[in-house]
Design a protein around this ligand. Structure first.
Ligand code: PLP
Length: 460
């Protein structure tokens, strides 16, 4: 295919995309195929000679959409959303057309400068003070890894980068058991070791106990460990737990430790001032991440990290060999020095388009609707026989189980997802298998949300 062919097929793809989205409600939300059944329909090696685009297209339309779980389906209530507002998809098309690699300022000045501007827009939108600046990563996982590597190196006075870790003190990171597994992954990958991620018990509200946090740090110091930082949870994946930022950050300050907040999901809700009490004190953190690709509507992937002092992270992750220098200009920002990968996509464009085409007020209203509908649905499900509500809505996420126990709950979940009208997923909470309901898909309506009650009524 040449660029003339691309123009023709892009139009066809745009028509297909429109029809696909129009028809989503008629599809089962979760993929229904048996594992391996698509792979078995594909040839076992690449063709030696070019195939006609018509044939490739035919195979795509007949094989792929039916073998997908539809994240943009308005009745997707599983995991957390991966919202792609149509205007953010448009921005991605333009990014695709330019196909640049924004590794340094010079290789894509617009990508760097729109990113700088978007970090300011987003910081203000979330109500964070201007002490924060930041960057865009691919995922919350790599953003958290970057923050943990920075904690490690600040604690080791940047010796780990050069000497390795074998001669360094044993380090410790603190978080509650409600934090996402990306924190466990980060301490593994950072060479700190998962056993040195100390999981501090939570109170009845599922918040990390500040008294036990302070105690653990003191005991670890006495035992010869080197505490390096605290990760705080703002909207846990399981059931939406929030730590008490103010109290925990005060302890971090007393102990001279940096803090990193994982608000991958809930961060988007902070564009609504009324929800900010949930992370009251967040402005005192050193690093905060959130995923505009979850609830806000910027097409996957897009993870934002705000930092109070990017200098430490740049010192940890930045390398500038001669071939990455920008000759003949004054000092420029090279965002690869703030993140793990060198090559980077122009992710800021979709944020720019999204925030302009919707405006903050429309995005706030969507999130407010989701929270209100989630609360309404919670009340309805609580009336159904045989159901026990497990956690109340935190923002738009709550959980329930069958009184009959885990086996029955699992069976019900399978029936729900085989039915296909809605999609829910599970977690473990206090030793029980529970079903999570999160309301947050960009295009969902109140009727879509209330479909959960209808399906449950029919199946229990
Ligand atoms: N943190 C939280 C609270 C999450 O819910 C998730 C994913 O759902 C992550 C981190 C990891 O996000 P990512 O897929 O961007 O790495």
């Amino acid at each position: 295919m040449d660029h003339k062919g691309l123009k023709e097929w892009s139009k066809k793809a745009a028509d297909w995309a429109h029809d696909y989205h129009e028809g989503l409600r008629d599809r089962p939300v979760r993929a229904t195929l048996e594992p391996g059944s698509l792979r078995d329909q594909l040839p076992t090696s690449a063709p030696e000679h070019a195939e006609a685009m018509e044939t490739i297209w035919e195979d795509f339309t007949s094989l792929v959409p039916d073998a997908m779980t539809h994240w943009q389906h308005p009745r997707f209530f599983a995991y957390f959303p991966a919202n792609a507002a149509p205007v953010s998809m448009l921005a991605e098309q333009l990014v695709n057309a330019m196909a640049s690699n924004a590794l340094i300022w010079q290789t894509a000045p617009a990508a760097t400068e729109v990113e700088q501007a978007m970090m300011v827009w987003l910081r203000k939108a979330l109500g964070l003070p201007d002490a924060f600046t930041g960057t865009i990563h691919d995922s919350a996982t790599t953003a958290t890894l970057s923050a943990i590597l920075t904690m490690r190196e600040a604690a080791l006075e940047w010796k780990g980068l050069y000497e390795g870790l074998s001669a360094q003190p044993r380090m410790r990171v603190y978080a509650s058991g409600e934090t996402h597994s990306s924190i466990d992954k980060a301490v593994r990958v950072a060479g700190i070791g998962q056993d040195n991620l100390v999981k501090i018990p939570v109170d009845d509200d599922l918040s990390m106990r500040p008294d036990l946090l302070a105690q653990a740090i003191k005991e670890d110091r006495a035992a010869g460990y080197l505490p390096i930082g605290i990760v705080l949870c703002a909207g846990g994946t399981s059931v939406g737990a929030f730590d008490k930022m103010k109290e925990c950050i005060a302890i971090a300050r007393e102990e001279d430790l940096p803090t990193h907040i994982d608000a991958a999901w809930a961060g988007s809700a902070m564009i609504c001032p009324e929800f900010r009490e949930l992370w009251d004190g967040a402005e005192g953190a050193d690093s905060i991440i959130f995923n505009p690709h979850k609830w806000l509507g910027a097409q996957f992937d897009c993870a934002v990290q705000f930092m109070r002092n990017p200098v430490d992270q740049v010192r940890t992750l930045g390398l500038r060999p001669t071939y990455l220098e920008t000759l003949g200009t004054s000092e420029v920002t090279n965002f690869n020095e703030w993140t793990v990968p060198l090559g980077r996509r122009f992710r800021a464009l979709k944020i720019w388009f999204l925030l302009r085409a919707h405006g903050l007020e429309d995005l706030r209203q969507r999130i407010r609707n989701h929270v209100a509908w989630s609360n309404e649905l919670y009340g309805k499900i609580a009336q159904l026989p045989g159901i026990e509500m497990i956690t109340t809505p935190r923002l738009s996420l709550f959980s329930f189980a069958l009184e009959a126990g885990d086996e029955a709950t699992e069976k019900l979940l399978q029936q729900i997802n085989d039915d296909g009208r809605i999609y829910l997923t599970q977690t473990h909470h206090k030793g029980r298998l529970v079903i999570r309901v999160q309301v947050g898909q960009f295009d969902c309506t109140r009727d879509d949300v209330m479909m959960v009650e209808k399906v449950l009524k029919e199946l229990i």
